[in-house]
Design a protein around this ligand. Structure first.
Ligand code: FCB
Length: 450
């Protein structure tokens, strides 16, 4: 038992390719939508790009050794599609496959189990030029890339996640435009949802085998109404529909939620693709949950001037996120560990025996190096303590929670925030690429080894 967790519980940390690797033109990697987006002035708040990031492409051995030294035994990383198939479709790049083989083998040599995500947002730019996730072909190209990757690496990687947070890919990428490719396509963003989920299903069909374990990482979150008023409760229904049910129901119950399609006027469009539902709903070996915070919403009487956060999806224009007074991280995200319980229990009700993992959980704070060269991130440590306490309770109640991955192993390129948000349990000095384990990392190490 590790502090009340059963033996065999998976302890890991997570990263994603564009956020940490750098080496964007090395060994035949093609451009992705994040290269284009980050190099577009005004898109990244601090004007930075992922060109170098943590230079993980060259330093992964050191980083994996560090992860193992912390007592962690699993590494969730993502595979960059543009390294494997640089143009998105067509020719495979052996150097890309060789890189991830070295990475996976280095994990294994250090007693670390690799958990690979096949798509953590770096769509090859040529596919975006051909329509991106708004077109069906992208799902098929994704399946082809995933099949090549799996065939080449399934001897060293046994745990696979198809997509990371398709909600973000669709609604931040094609709805609000806050993420690459930065498009604001209104209701058409729902087409991206379908094509992402179809890509997931086609991929599962192509790669699933008894030798491995196959899942998807979602970012569901509890959605609360700010009051008992009919308008606020309806706002909560709509946001819960877009954030949670639009993904969980096709994956776990073989259907799209009718109210969401009605709210967004997409019933006819989705109706053409009923035959895809069995593909999307094919059996999973696990669901990964990336959890950061709950959301409370209201529908004010007057017009909403600047919708943001959960309200960037079509069908939610007159909804606002409400501050309920909870403490917040540097992202502005309210801290409520109970929300992790709520969302895991909700998924467990939909799929009672399905193994669950927390595939991301963590917090950004404005860390600074002390004169002694340490990072005293007590608030992040408290965040982990609170959320791990919830995990422990759920496991003891018999919920099939199988593992926990901290986001993130190390500070990295936080998408539209660039390097201005630090989530690591390891601090990265971007000038020197030095890695410094933060207090929260030391605490986790103690927790895991005591
Ligand atoms: C999640 C992303 C991950 C990271 C965290 C903070 O939405 O999956 O890459 O940026 O948020």
């Amino acid at each position: 038992m590790t502090n009340g967790f059963p033996p065999g519980f998976t302890w890991g940390a997570a990263t994603a390719s564009y956020q940490v690797e750098g080496a964007v033109s090395t060994d035949g990697r093609g451009p992705s939508i994040w290269d284009t987006f980050a190099h577009t002035p005004g898109r990244i708040s601090d004007g930075t790009t992922g060109d170098v990031a943590d230079d993980h492409y060259h330093r992964f051995s050191e980083d994996i050794r560090l992860l193992a030294d912390l007592g962690l035994t699993a590494y969730r990383f993502s595979i960059a599609w543009p390294r494997i198939v640089p143009a998105g479709s067509g020719v495979t790049n052996p150097a890309g496959l060789a890189f991830y083989r070295r990475l996976a083998e280095t994990c294994l040599d250090n007693g670390v189990t690799p958990y690979a995500t096949l798509y953590h947002w770096d769509l090859p730019q040529p596919l975006e030029d051909a329509g991106g996730w708004l077109v069906r072909d992208t799902a098929e190209h994704y399946r082809d890339y995933a099949a090549v990757t799996h065939a080449a690496l399934s001897d060293v990687i046994k745990h696979w996640m198809t997509l990371n947070e398709p909600w973000c890919s669709a609604f931040l990428g094609y709805g609000s435009g806050e993420h690459a490719p930065g498009r604001t396509e209104g209701t058409d963003a729902l087409k991206a949802v379908h094509h992402l989920l179809l890509g997931h299903g086609l991929t599962l069909d192509a790669i699933r085998s008894d030798e491995g374990s196959y899942g998807i990482a979602l970012n569901p979150a509890p959605i609360h109404a700010a009051s008992e008023s009919a308008a606020d409760r309806d706002a909560a229904r709509r946001i819960d529909g877009l954030r949670n049910r639009l993904f969980l129901e096709p994956l776990l119950a073989g259907k799209y939620p009718a109210d969401v399609l009605e709210d967004t006027g997409t019933t006819d469009w989705f109706g053409q693709f009923e035959a895809d539902l069995p593909v999307i709903g094919a059996p999973l070996d696990f669901i990964g949950v990336n959890y950061y915070c709950p959301t409370t919403v209201a529908a004010p009487d007057g017009p909403v001037s600047s919708p943001g956060g959960p309200t960037t999806q079509p069908g939610s224009e007159n909804v606002v996120a409400v501050d309920t007074g909870l403490p917040r991280t540097q992202m502005g995200w309210p801290i409520q560990a109970r929300g992790l319980r709520d969302i895991l229990v909700t998924i467990n009700k939909l799929a009672p025996d399905l193994p669950l993992y927390v595939t991301e959980n963590g917090a950004a704070y404005p860390d600074e190096l002390t004169a002694a060269g340490t990072v005293e991130d007590d608030e992040r440590q408290a965040y982990f303590e609170q959320h791990l306490a919830v995990c422990r309770e759920l496991v003891s109640e018999g919920l099939p929670l199988k593992g926990y991955f901290a986001w993130s192993l190390m500070d990295n390129f936080e998408w539209a925030y660039g390097f201005s948000r630090r989530f690591g349990i390891v601090y990265v000095d971007y000038e020197t690429q030095a890695r410094i384990v933060k207090k929260s990392g030391r605490w986790l190490q103690q927790f895991l080894t005591s």
